[in-house]
Ligand binder design. Structure first.
Ligand SMILES: Cc1cc2nc3c(=O)[nH]c(=O)nc-3n(C[C@H](O)[C@H](O)[C@H](O)COP(=O)(O)OP(=O)(O)OC[C@H]3O[C@@H](n4cnc5c(N)ncnc54)[C@H](O)[C@@H]3O)c2cc1C
Length: 420
């Protein structure tokens, strides 16, 4: 319970307060912690978190873990390596090896709760990183137009205030830091889709293991192998399927299995379910937008999902949060006088986010709307699946092995060679 009378202002001031200790926040705390900054890392949850969601963790993200000296933890969390990736769009199948990035070929199917715990443990191993779990930030403190700290409440309902030179919102989609700043999105596209995730045991496997994504008419099925022979399974369908939306509302667990058994018969998925059992509760994401906010201002910054959110089925959110956490830390080290350098910092940070993420964000905008594949898209998929060089560039978009432009120019070359 929040007790409005117990306001305690702590005397200690920090260089940085990071709100949110998951992927983006813990990465930032590691990078700033090892450079000697005084960091206060806050999270309303306790780690390890309880989510059962499984994510593909591509080689590009493995490379980021190497930079954080955390590679060895991948052995510890005992996730399977997944060499192949498969996309099926109606009847066209595009599949192959996940393209290698900087000589790294290992991809994993990880439980998000294992992975953010690894980052969190490393972050709090630094003496100069103070961490409070179960602490919910409720307010930003300001002096004039400068953010100077936060106020929040612990599990006992006691309210505390902390001050810092910089407050960073690494607090996800519903970021309190962003809301307190009253920012309006620069880009915002509401999604037509709802996500439901459950873990299955006993699913008939593909050999070798694949990250599998099937688009059947206007619905998507994503299957990611993970620890202990389990599979993280996402069912994604438009809100316009009202009877299914209602069924999931009544009993997600019951609806989840029925949906898998009945809605993916075109790809014969029901045959792989003979011995399958749902081993977790079903988690959902039903109302969300793809958005993009300004990333940095006077005394504040946003990172990870707090600043940009893309369609989750791209499988890039964790990579992006770790990547951006590292990049923001680098910038803060490059311009240590944050108050006087705030416009330079803002310019460089926002520009880099655009360079790195605008391409996938645009792709995400196409995926988030309920629309049937056009004849042109179908032709494109056929061409990509028929030409190995195009397949490689298509698959490489998802793990940042290459960008959309490289795929487009590969396709142009194929078309040119066919017409000459
Ligand atoms: C259904 C779904 C499926 C997804 N699938 C994938 C996938 O397959 N692959 C992939 O890479 N990504 C996926 N994502 C995206 C991925 O989860 C996010 O991009 C990633 O978690 C972003 O990390 P983050 O650290 O920015 O934010 P988060 O992971 O959201 O962490 C935010 C942290 O802030 C804390 N917090 C929030 N508010 C407060 C507050 N007021 N006070 C204190 N602490 C606070 C939270 O407790 C949390 O720990 C998926 C997302 C969803 C919703």
């Amino acid at each position: 319970m929040n007790n409005p009378y117990s306001v305690v202002t702590t005397i200690k001031s920090y260089d940085v307060i990071i709100v949110g200790a998951s992927f983006a926040g813990s990465t930032l705390a590691i990078e700033l912690g090892q450079s000697g900054f005084q960091v206060l890392l806050l999270d309303q949850m306790s780690f390890p978190e309880t989510s059962s969601r499984t994510y593909p963790f591509f080689n590009s993200a493995v490379n980021l873990l190497k930079k954080l000296n955390l590679e060895s933890y991948l052995e510890e969390i005992d996730s399977p390596t997944v060499p192949q990736i498969l996309f099926q769009f109606d009847e066209v199948c595009i599949k192959g090896e996940v393209p290698v990035v900087n000589k790294e070929s290992r991809n994993y199917g990880v439980k998000r709760s294992d992975l953010d715990f690894v980052l969190f443990k490393k972050a709090i191993s630094f003496e100069n990183v103070t961490c409070l779990q179960g602490f919910q930030v409720t307010k930003l403190l300001r002096q004039m137009d400068q953010v100077v700290g936060i106020a929040g409440v612990n599990r006992l309902g006691e309210t505390f205030q902390y001050t810092a030179k910089m407050v960073i919102g690494a607090d996800g989609r519903n970021s309190i830091v962003r809301r307190e700043l009253n920012l309006q999105p620069m880009l915002n596209l509401e999604s037509d889709y709802a996500y439901f995730h459950g873990s299955l045991s006993g699913l008939e496997p593909l050999n070798p293991l694949h990250f599998e994504v099937y688009r059947v008419l206007d619905q998507i099925l994503a299957v990611f192998p993970t620890t202990k022979n389990q599979y993280g399974v996402y069912v994604i369908f438009p809100h316009s399927k009202q009877s299914w939306m209602e069924a999931f509302k009544q009993s997600s667990e019951d609806a989840f299995l029925r949906y898998l058994e009945t809605e993916f018969s075109q790809i014969n998925f029901q045959h792989r379910l003979k011995h399958a059992k749902l081993t977790t509760r079903v988690e959902s994401l039903t109302d969300y937008s793809n958005y993009w906010y300004e990333g940095l201002g006077k005394g504040w910054a946003l990172v990870g999902d707090a600043v940009i959110f893309k369609e989750p089925c791209l499988g890039q959110g964790v990579h992006d949060a770790i990547y951006a956490g590292r990049y923001l830390a680098e910038l803060l080290k490059k311009y240590p006088d944050w108050i006087y350098s705030s416009s330079t910092l803002a310019y460089e940070y926002n520009r880099h986010l655009v360079e790195k993420f605008k391409g996938p964000f645009d792709l995400s905008g196409v995926l988030t709307k309920q629309q049937k594949l056009t004849a042109e898209e179908k032709m494109m998929h056929q061409m990509i699946s028929a030409y190995p060089e195009a397949t490689e560039k298509f698959l490489g978009i998802f793990n940042y092995a290459n960008n959309m432009n490289e795929l487009n120019s590969t396709i142009e070359q194929i078309v040119k060679s066919k017409t000459t």
